[in-house]
Design a protein around this ligand. Structure first.
Ligand SMILES: Cc1cc2nc3c(=O)[nH]c(=O)nc-3n(C[C@H](O)[C@H](O)[C@H](O)COP(=O)(O)OP(=O)(O)OC[C@H]3O[C@@H](n4cnc5c(N)ncnc54)[C@H](O)[C@@H]3O)c2cc1C
Length: 431
């Protein structure tokens, strides 16, 4: 199977993604739980890569706490990592292929999975804020090429601006004489921060407007004034690089403002007049990516469940396999049920996003919240099923548990998801 066999045209995807043409509308976007042949083929192809390449490398890269470049190179070689592959996954008019791919890859290993998929957060920001021309220029550069893959980084969070995106202090000043933007500030927790080619930075153009004064900028590869700060040593997802990023008089061409200056000026003028906004750069990015992030959590949960099920069938205590005890069997039954329920929420949200439905009850947030919490719970249960072995690094479920925990924290913590959902369903100013 070649991901690139149905080669997607860069501009076609760009125009569809930015709404310049309506793509999903003229294709069959019927939501069907019986997956199509294409969806099954792609799922099985990614599963094969996860099983043969990712999983055998998982322990090593978790221990090394380094970006697994050889695995990224393998993924690039087969077309799983790169613009063509991503475009093909995204083009599925039902929206299901993206979660299918992510679930399988993260079933293999979440740290390596994030090293491969972390780039898509920057790509999603370019998709949601950029013009078709900007997409054509920057998205392929996020990935590099098959011989020399690169990664990209999305830099929104700061030391004092995590859940509270409106507190971003990084500034962007326009130097009209040179038609350049000058970025200054410190970003925190950036996946691929400092090792990326393309960085997408959220900065404030007008601090008085809070989040409505934000804009997204592409910092091209090789730009001076952008540097990696401390690399973070983490609890889980250790094969994925996370670091601070410093911006010190970082000058980028005027054209690197995503969406363009005219659009920004119009938006700022509306905000200054007190008109309601239709979304902020960072929040919009999160909305697009939440079901995909949920599917990654489901991949981890499913991996832990399958491992625990196999173990429970084989492990004998008191003269019988431990799965014959209701305490173990019911735990496994609940794990399976919760994982399947979470997946249905993810598929619904992915389908809604791709077909342009309104998220009236914050269904995207629901999917990520449920999947993240199920992953933490199911991986902890898997440790319990394995007993002492589950608690050791000789067995993968303790790594899966460490990896799962991030899914209640990044891309909006569980508390923030509940805030978004409760506000959506009630219309109240829930705090
Ligand atoms: C491994 C990793 C990778 C990451 N990758 C990226 C990345 O690529 N790009 C990026 O920009 N960021 C990234 N982040 C940052 C991540 O998005 C933030 O950590 C997250 O948004 C939470 O922000 P915080 O850590 O500052 O927590 P805080 O916002 O300080 O929250 C602390 C606690 O308070 C709670 N809380 C806060 N406000 C409220 C409220 N109003 N109501 C109820 N509870 C509240 C939170 O839910 C949480 O439990 C990453 C983080 C990690 C750990």
């Amino acid at each position: 199977m070649e991901a690139a066999s149905a080669k997607a045209d860069v501009r076609q995807v760009a125009e569809e993604a930015t709404g310049a043409v309506d793509g999903a509308g003229d294709q069959d976007a019927t939501f069907n739980l019986e997956l199509s042949q294409d969806q099954r083929d792609i799922r099985d192809w990614v599963h094969g890569f996860a099983e043969q390449v990712v999983r055998p490398a998982a322990h090593e890269w978790d221990e090394r706490e380094e970006t697994p470049w050889p695995v990224i190179e393998e993924a690039a070689k087969i077309g799983l990592y790169g613009f063509e592959g991503l475009a093909q996954f995204w083009m599925d008019p039902t929206g299901l292929t993206m979660p299918l791919v992510n679930e399988e890859l993260f079933w293999g290993d979440a740290g390596i999975g994030m090293s491969i998929m972390g780039t898509t957060l920057a790509v999603a920001a370019i998709y949601s804020a950029g013009t078709p021309d900007q997409l054509v220029e920057w998205v392929p550069q996020c990935f590099g090429d098959q011989d020399e893959p690169r990664v990209a980084s999305f830099c929104s969070s700061e030391p004092d601006a995590g859940s509270d995106v409106s507190a971003i202090r990084t500034t962007a000043r326009y130097d009209e004489a040179k038609d350049e933007w000058v970025l200054n500030g410190q970003k925190a927790w950036a996946t691929n921060g400092g090792i990326a080619g393309v960085h997408v930075v959220i900065a404030s153009v007008d601090r008085e407007l809070g989040a409505r004064g934000h804009a997204a900028f592409v910092v091209p590869p090789g730009t001076s004034g952008i540097e990696q700060g401390s690399k973070v040593k983490k609890h889980g997802l250790r094969a994925s690089h996370t670091a601070d990023v410093h911006l010190d008089d970082c000058r980028i061409p005027g054209a690197c403002l995503l969406g363009g200056k005219d659009k920004l000026d119009e938006r700022l003028a509306r905000a200054r007049e007190g008109e309601s906004s239709r979304g902020q750069a960072a929040m919009k990015t999160f909305e697009v990516s939440r079901p995909t992030v949920g599917s990654q959590a489901i991949g981890i949960a499913r991996a832990a469940y399958e491992y625990a099920l196999d173990y429970a069938r084989e492990r004998v205590q008191f003269g019988r396999p431990i799965v014959e005890n209701q305490a173990i069997a019911f735990t496994l039954a609940d794990m399976k049920m919760e994982i399947d329920a979470a997946r249905l929420l993810v598929w619904r949200a992915a389908w809604m996003g791709r077909t342009g439905k309104d998220f009236d009850s914050a269904e995207g947030s629901m999917s990520k919240l449920k999947a993240g919490e199920v992953a933490v719970w199911a991986t902890e249960r898997a440790i319990q099923v394995l007993g002492g072995n589950g608690y050791t690094r000789e067995y993968p479920v303790e790594r899966m548990h460490r990896d799962a925990k991030i899914y209640t924290i990044f891309e909006g913590t569980s508390e923030i998801q509940r805030l978004v959902i409760s506000r959506a369903i009630s219309g109240a100013r829930v705090r």
